[in-house]
Each structure stands twice: as structure tokens, then as C-alpha cells.
Write a protein that binds this ligand. Structure first.
Ligand code: G6P
Length: 501
């Protein structure tokens, strides 16, 4: 499947003690016109988590080549990337054939698994599981096999392997078969579907997904809610072959009885990834952020205007359209806010290979324009929409935020909800969907909303804008403390420690 031979693979990295596997790696490449490759390092919890193990370990990160630049980097390096370009991290990039990757990533991971776990289908017409789905599923299996083979080839005896997300749901089971000596964890960064919704998938696919994950010693989730949903799906799918146990002082676990094999045990862990306060507080005051801050202040206009800030990748689950509808309702029903508030909405493009994402992105743009046309005045633009990803500008908006709007339909955690309270200068009121994982930790000090209820969201925006300074600042302090309880490095190391125990 992978465009490399087994001998090439095993020659590269025999014997890592810690391995991480994820579809998107910590670095991506672009090819410039003369053929030079430029590497761009990504951020995020996993990157800072893994860097916490320190430079002395031989940890390897296995990821997929995502674009032409990445594929070229694999061709030039044989797959083990230059550490100078990865920030010292040893990264093994897999050149899985582009059509196989596209069918697995766009077809199954983004269009089926993402939809199931976020409950996004418009069920009168979708999903349709037919021959096209089966072909894509075969690619998903091939893509998972490529990861399992690469990990098996690179892992030292008894190594710890930490597999990430729905892209790689089959890897733990595959790895368990080929390398029973390994300690395997899987982490779901998304919600997990309730059993009734999961049951929409064809029976054999349900079975493969849960047994794939149950190949892990530890199946880890962001919240209790998603962990319990997973346990419910396992019991529904496997029936008498699966037993859930809840020991008093230990993590719950599932005992499964694979036909012809001895019973297996999978611990179910909850690790609520938090914001990286130290990093954010330093990064948010660098000159590039100050520059963006000045530019945003200009766009906002009047010094006394309040801001409602949202920052999202434009994913269907983020509910950006209903957020704009709620803001429009606020302006319609409560004219006292006209000219006195600006909605900074940052909606960064995501998964634009998929038509439904492109259409959604376009709808966000149209609605923002409509609101500006209906309510804008000469000196006031009610919605300032930015669609070009710019981390420094996001931080500038966090600093300015009087209100943060985080209203996803469903979300594994939502780190924006955790980051804004840490960075906001004057304290911010958080309007938070009860369907975000972050609600479990931040619910008490946020203004919580049903994400489908536009009227209630408009009311919550009004309350958030009206909150007095003392209350807002007290709430922000508590939100920031809860949001930083488990910073990325500890989130990662805790899982590693549990896995090795
Ligand atoms: C979101 C999810 C992660 C997922 C990622 C993939 O951030 O929370 O669980 O891994 O999307 O995004 P990508 O851009 O690689 O499709």
C-alpha cells in the first residue's frame, strides 16, 4: 500500500520507546517555484505535549503526507524528516497513495465518522451506505494498515504507542495482532456518538470500529460524556461479548471476549485537555499581536464599543450560521446595542475539498454581509468577518473580547472556550454551548445555551454584554483556572504514565 518497501521502513527507526500516530503531523511542506521545500510547523496540544517528554527520548511521530509538498519531502528524505525542520521531533511521514488517502480522509473520516460523532446528518436524505461507501471503507482499512505497519516496524519491544483520533480507529486492533507486546492507547479528540446514532452505521462497520479501538489497552476521551457514550456503543454492538466494569477506585474498563482469544481489557480514561496558559500569556503580547490589535481596534471603531468574539475553523459542527442569526436577533430585538457592539467573527477555512464545507463557508460570508447591509451605518460595521487563518490576529481578538461566543452543535472539547478567558484583558463573559466538551468544566461560570435555540443565544449575548465588570472579572478568573487545570504537557504525560503503569 505504502510507496516504500518493508526493508526501507525497518531500516529507518528500529526501536522507539514512545510513538505517536496521527493523520496530520506536526509539520507540513510546500514546494516553491524552483522546487525548494518550505516546512511549516503546526501548533496544538499534541505538539506541546510531545515536546514535554524532552529531547533525550527517541519518541517518533508517525503521520501521513497530506499534500504534494509533504509527498515531495517523503521522496527526498525516505520518510524520516529532517529534525531541523520539525523542531527536533523525529517524524516519520507516510506517503500513502493520494487516492487512498483522499478516500479514507475525505470519504470516511470527514464525511462519515465526523458526521456520526457530531450528529450532523440530515437524515431524510443521508447517510447512504452503498457501493461507493464500501470502496471508501476499503481505502480507510488500507490507510489504517499502512499506519499499523509503520508503527510495528518502528516500535521497540514493549514500546508505548499513542494513536490519535477517528482517522486511525482501526490501528489499535491491527497493532495488537501484529505486536501484542506493545502498550497501546487511543485518544478521541472528538465527541463519541450516542449508541442510537452510532447504530446508523452498517453492523459490520460498527463492529470493526469498536473492536479496532478495543485493541488498545487504554481508550481515552476528553470528557466523561464521550467515554460513557463509547462504552454504550461497545455494549450495544458486542452484546454479551462485552462487559463494562466500574471499580470503585480505578478507571472503568471494558472486558471483551474476542472469539477464540483470551479476554481483553481496555481501560476507559478521561483527560480534559486544557489551555497552555504559559505559552498563551507570552505569545499574546508579542509585537505581531500588538500590530493586529491596533488594526482590529480601527475596524471596531468607537472606543466604547463592546466586542463579541468567535474564532473557529469553519467546520459544520461549529454552528457559525446560528451564531450570526443570534447576533442578528440581538440587533433586531434590542436596538440599544446598535452602534455599541461589534461581532468579530473569525472563520478559518477547513476541509475545503468537501462541497458541503465550501457551501457552509459561503453561507457564513453571505449572512455576515446581509447583517452588515441591514444594520451597518457609516461609522459602524456590525460584523467583522475574517476568513484568513492568522494566529496572531486570533490572540489579538482574545485580548479584546468582552464576550466570547462558543456555540457548537457538538464539540469534543473546544479550546477557544478555554483560551479566551486566559488571554482576555478586561475579562470576558463566555456564552457556551452545553454540547461542547468544555461545558463539563466551564459550565458553572459560563452563560450556557442550547446551540439550536437562536432566541436563547441572542438573550445570552445580551446578558453577557450587560454583565457588570466585577462579576465578569470574577467569572473570568474562575474560568481561566478551570481552563488551565490540565495543560497539554501534563495531558500527554499523564496518559503516557498510565499506559506504562
Ligand atoms: C478537529 C478535531 C480533531 C481532529 C482535527 C482534524 O480539530 O477536534 O479531533 O483531529 O479536527 O482536522 P483536519 O484539518 O486534519 O481534518
Amino acid at each position: 500500500m505504502v510507496s516504500e518497501t518493508v526493508s526501507e521502513r525497518s531500516a529507518v527507526q528500529p526501536g522507539a520507546d514512545v510513538l505517536v500516530a496521527s493523520n496530520r503531523g506536526p509539520v507540513s511542506y510546500t514546494v516553491a517555484e524552483g522546487g525548494a521545500l518550505t516546512a511549516k510547523r503546526g501548533g496544538g496540544g499534541l505538539v506541546s505535549g510531545l515536546s514535554a517528554i524532552g529531547p533525550d527520548t527517541d519518541a517518533v511521530w508517525v503521520c501521513a503526507a497530506l499534500g504534494e509538498g509533504d509527498r515531495e519531502a517523503v521522496r527526498r528524505t525516505g520518510g524520516l524528516l529532517d529534525v531541523a525542520e520539525t523542531g527536533g521531533q523525529r517524524v516519520r511521514m507516510l506517503d500513502i497513495p493520494a487516492d487512498v488517502h483522499a478516500a479514507a480522509y475525505n470519504g470516511i473520516a470527514n464525511s462519515v465518522l465526523w458526521f456520526v460523532h457530531h450528529m450532523l446528518y440530515q437524515t431524510p436524505l443521508e447517510p447512504v451506505f452503498d457501493t461507493e461507501f464500501r470502496a471508501q471503507w476499503a481505502s480507510y482499512e488500507a490507510y489504517n494498515t499502512a499506519f499499523a505497519e509503520a508503527l510495528a516496524a518502528a516500535a521497540a519491544p514493549g514500546a508505548a504507542v499513542l494513536v490519535q483520533d477517528y482517522h486511525l480507529a482501526l490501528v489499535p486492533g491491527m497493532l495488537r495482532e501484529s505486536r501484542p507486546d506493545l502498550r497501546i492507547a487511543h485518544f478521541s479528540h472528538t465527541p463519541w456518538a450516542p449508541a442510537e446514532y452510532f447504530a446508523m452505521l452498517p453492523d459490520d462497520i460498527q463492529q470493526k470500529l469498536v473492536t479496532g479501538l478495543l485493541g488498545a489497552d487504554h481508550a481515552n476521551f476528553l470528557t466523561q460524556r464521550w467515554a460513557r457514550a463509547f462504552m454504550g456503543c461497545c455494549q450495544q454492538t458486542l452484546g454479551n461479548d462485552c462487559e463494562a466494569l466500574w471499580p470503585r477506585d480505578e478507571e472503568p474498563y471494558l472486558r471483551t471476549f474476542p472469539p477464540g482469544l483470551t479476554a481483553r481489557r481496555t481501560s476507559i480514561g478521561v483527560y480534559g485537555l486544557g489551555a497552555d496558559a504559559e505559552f498563551l500569556r507570552e505569545r499574546a503580547f508579542r509585537p505581531d499581536v500588538e500590530e493586529r490589535l491596533a488594526a482590529l481596534r480601527e475596524q471596531i471603531g468607537g472606543p466604547d464599543r463592546k466586542t463579541i468574539v468567535r474564532v473557529d475553523r469553519t467546520e459544520l459542527s461549529k454552528n457559525i450560521v446560528r451564531g450570526l442569526l443570534a447576533y442578528r436577533r440581538l440587533l433586531a430585538d434590542r436596538p440599544q446595542w446598535r452602534e455599541r457592539v461589534v461581532h468579530l467573527a473569525f472563520a478559518y477555512p477547513s476541509r475545503q475539498d468537501l462541497a458541503v464545507y465550501r457551501e457552509y463557508t459561503a453561507q457564513v460570508g453571505r449572512l455576515a454581509e446581509e447583517i452588515n447591509a441591514a444594520y451597518g451605518t457609516e461609522g459602524w460595521q456590525p460584523v467583522v468577518l475574517h476568513v484568513k487563518d492568522d494566529f496572531a490576529r486570533s490572540l489579538a481578538a482574545y485580548r479584546l473580547a468582552d464576550v466570547a461566543l462558543v456555540n457548537p452543535i457538538r464539540d469534543g472539547m473546544n479550546l477557544v472556550a478555554k483560551e479566551v478567558p486566559v488571554v482576555s484583558e478586561r475579562g470576558c463573559a463566555l456564552v457556551l454551548s452545553r454540547e461542547a466538551g468544555a461545558y463539563q468544566e466551564l459550565g458553572e461560570d459560563a452563560l450556557c445555551v442550547n446551540p439550536y435555540d437562536v432566541t436563547a443565544t441572542a438573550q445570552a449575548l445580551h446578558e453577557a454584554l450587560s454583565m457588570d465588570d466585577a462579576e465578569r472579572s470574577a467569572r473570568t478568573q474562575r474560568l481561566a483556572a478551570a481552563a488551565t487545570a490540565l495543560p497539554p504537557a501534563r495531558w500527554f504525560l499523564d496518559q503516557l504514565r498510565a499506559l506504562k503503569a
